[in-house]
Design a protein around this ligand. Structure first.
Ligand SMILES: O=C(O)C(=O)C[C@]1(C(=O)O)C=C[C@@H](O)C=C1
Length: 281
């Protein structure tokens, strides 16, 4: 059976999203947990597993930088699908805790609950760990005066008591996950809906970014996301991540736009055409 990797351990939001995705496709994958997102992506790149589902952006906290950086620098993979996933964060502890002085979670989840934490636990020490489920695991192992911010599933798995529910600062807290493999294909729907591109233009030339954006405008291609990250070659050197809308009707225009953008860049990585699935849960 093929293997789908995700950020573990059991109980992460990533695992829940992976279980949902697997069910969408008739449970055709065996799920495999990894301790960090870099390792998941590299395992697919090296052919140790077939595919993976990793978070790429949250509606409150923004980009998942380790995903973007690893895609740009360390692996050669294609996006096959995007999953839009509602994230519910719960506060949990081992039995009854007299005073909570430590809040432990993944940095994304802590940031998604910043307002709640400032209001209710302004003095608490915030401890960042590799995933929300790992936080639950640590609290379950007996960390004193500590509560974890994690999923309801984590509370069940690690036998923790729910202290407060849905503590994220916005009830519409969603994370975009991307499904990646080595294959250039889109899955789950008839037609692709987006394309992701990573590129670097000449930052020393006035108007380089504008010239690239002008190509999308010229071919009437709508951009849904733009992001810059350091390209690790020195201060002030950036690469750009673009996501643009795609459809069968715009295929020719989009191909022309991508070719034109490539011409204006030092390098361009086409991450593939993919579908978008909104989880109905
Ligand atoms: O720690 C988890 O539970 C994860 O699955 C990771 C992660 C992330 O990296 O953004 C996934 C979804 C949520 O936004 C919070 C955390």
């Amino acid at each position: 059976m093929s293997v789908l990797g995700f950020l573990g351990p059991c109980g992460t939001h990533s695992e829940e999203a992976a279980i949902y995705t697997n069910a969408l496709f008739g449970n055709k994958w065996v799920l495999k947990a990894y301790r960090n997102i870099y390792d998941v992506l590299v395992a697919v790149h090296k052919g140790q597993i077939d595919c993976c589902l990793v978070p790429v952006e949250n509606s409150i906290e923004g980009s998942v930088r380790i995903t973007l950086d690893t895609l740009a620098h360390d692996v050669d993979l294609k996006v096959n699908m995007e999953l839009v996933w509602k994230v519910h964060n719960q506060l949990m502890a081992k039995g009854k805790v007299k005073k909570i002085t430590k809040l432990i979670s993944h940095p994304q989840a802590l940031a998604q609950c910043r307002g709640y934490i400032n209001k209710n636990y302004p003095e608490a020490e915030l401890i960042e760990v590799s995933s929300t489920a790992h936080a639950a695991e640590l609290v379950a192992s007996g960390m004193e005066n500590a509560a974890a911010i994690a999923s309801r599933r984590s509370a069940e798995i690690y036998k923790l008591t729910l202290l407060d529910k849905d503590i994220q600062d916005n009830c519409d807290n969603v994370t975009r996950f991307i499904f990646l493999s080595k294959r250039e294909e889109y899955i789950g729907r008839q037609d692709p809906e987006k394309v992701m591109l990573i590129c670097q233009m000449d930052g020393s030339k006035a108007g380089s970014l504008c010239a690239v954006l002008a190509e999308f405008a010229k071919y009437n291609i709508n951009m849904t996301h733009i992001e810059s990250r350091p390209n690790r070659r020195g201060l002030g050197n950036y690469m750009f991540f673009f996501e643009v809308e795609a459809s069968p009707a715009s295929k020719e225009h989009l191909e022309c736009a991508i070719a034109a953008v490539k011409n204006k860049c030092f390098w361009l990585k086409d991450m593939g055409w993919f579908t978008v699935v909104k989880a109905d849960k």
